[in-house]
Design a protein around this ligand. Structure first.
Ligand code: AMP
Ligand code: MG
Length: 400
């Protein structure tokens, strides 16, 4: 029997791959950038007009009848065209936002500050002063060519996509996502859409675990149910080993006569990392590893207990963070303040369903999935809560 802390250590020792894959730019939010995004030009790449109006040279223009400064409009500079040149400083070039500031101009007078009649434009009496640099976004003031805009290792969000697009990065090299599959085991299990016999149950672990994974943007490559039958387990598990990075099983890891999973996996060359963890629920947790060989990749096998609550807690507590870490995404728990917990006098870690509204929830044990319905997640209590250490909280995915 090992501790929860030891499990964490053993599982993180199974990480360390830095394989990358290419993902379309618009699909890489939430993924971990594998290379730095480096500017291939200044930002902005030219002196950019930041308001619709008139580009002029500050201090230029003539006195109009109104007593205000005025210019003759000599042309139009729209966005997406090479810069024009202002030849006569007494004139203005009409400009659009996003255009290159015409050569010979150093400021922009927005439409709001002017009155236009024919080809003459007058500055309004109450207009702010026309100073050099107004409404011009100068070249290179946001970033310089060669600058790292987004460092490798960044978990991407939509604002980063502006930067990636600006430097021409599409598709984007991101950390490779783990390939994993899911299987539940048990002779008593029937598919959800079938009517169970009196001694059978509809299996729910596959849906709950896959649902939790999908809430984090992860999906198994396949999900199947296998019976408590040695030859069929051998066949079903063999087809996954060396193919997936992680195989997540539920059931068949306790002490019952038909808890065949660890034995079958060992027969298939999977080396046991640990079996049984000092935790409640989920003590029978088994984990093993098939080393990579010429025929396939290394496969980490999570043998979770079959009970609906145990398997979901263990999936959220250990498997999901491992799958996220595999692709460089953090899924750290947060600390919560929990009052009124009784002190523990042993080394066992306890997981308790927890609700943001009501705190620790009543439940009847690891089969009692109904009690979890209103939970925000669960708390992990490792030590005597009176020591002042607040417990960790693992929230269910899909919550804001
Ligand atoms: P096991 O870990 O195989 O001994 O299963 C423990 C308990 O969990 C038993 O009562 C099983 O019927 C139940 N169980 C196992 N797998 C599932 C599943 N996929 N869906 C719902 N309950 C399950
Ligand atoms: Mg079973």
């Amino acid at each position: 029997m090992i501790s929860v802390a030891e499990v964490d250590r053993l599982l993180s020792a199974q990480l360390g791959g830095t394989d990358t894959e290419l993902v379309a730019l618009a699909q890489c939010v939430g993924r971990c950038l594998a290379v730095p995004a480096v500017a291939d030009r200044d930002g902005p790449p030219f002196h950019r007009v930041a308001m619709d109006g008139y580009a002029v040279r500050a201090q230029s223009g003539q006195r109009a009848q109104s007593g205000q400064r005025a210019w003759r409009v000599a042309g139009l500079q729209v966005a997406g065209k090479p810069p024009q040149t202002l030849t006569d400083p007494q004139t203005a070039l009409e400009v659009a936002t996003g255009a290159v500031l015409p050569l010979g101009c150093d400021t922009v007078v927005p439409y709001e500050a002017t009155l236009r009649s024919g080809d003459q434009v007058d500055l309004l009496a109450d207009a702010p002063p026309v100073a050099k640099g107004n409404h011009v976004h100068p070249q290179g003031t946001d970033y310089r060519s060669e600058q790292v805009l987004v460092p490798a290792g960044t978990v991407l969000r939509s604002p980063h996509l502006h930067s990636l697009a600006s430097v021409g990065l599409d598709p984007v090299p991101v950390r490779r996502r783990a390939v994993w599959s899911l299987a539940s085991t048990g002779d008593e299990l029937v598919a959800v859409h079938r009517t169970p016999l009196a001694w059978q149950i509809r299996q729910s672990n596959l849906a709950a675990l896959e649902g939790e994974a999908r809430a984090w943007g992860l999906a198994p490559r396949e999900a199947q149910t296998l019976p408590d039958n040695r030859p069929l387990l051998l066949e079903g598990l063999k087809s996954q080993l060396g193919v997936v990075d992680a195989l997540v099983l539920t059931g068949g890891v306790s002490a019952g006569v038909l808890d065949l999973v660890p034995g079958v996996l060992e027969e298939l060359g999977v080396q046991t990392l640990f079996h049984r963890v000092a935790q409640r629920p989920g003590k029978p947790f088994w984990c093993g590893r098939l080393p990579a060989n010429a025929l396939g990749r290394a496969t980490l096998v999570f043998g979770l207990p079959g009970n609906p609550v145990s398997s979901l807690f263990a999936f959220r507590r250990y498997v999901l963070p491992w799958l996220l870490a595999f692709e460089g995404r953090p899924a750290g728990p947060r600390r919560v303040e929990v009052h009124g917990l009784r002190a523990r006098d042993d080394d066992q870690t306890v997981f308790l369903p927890w609700s943001e509204e009501t705190g620790v929830m009543e439940w009847k044990g690891s089969g009692d999935y109904l009690a979890l319905a209103g939970s925000t997640g669960f708390v992990e209590i490792d030590r005597d809560p009176r020591s002042g250490v607040e417990p960790w909280m693992y929230c269910w995915g899909g919550r804001e």
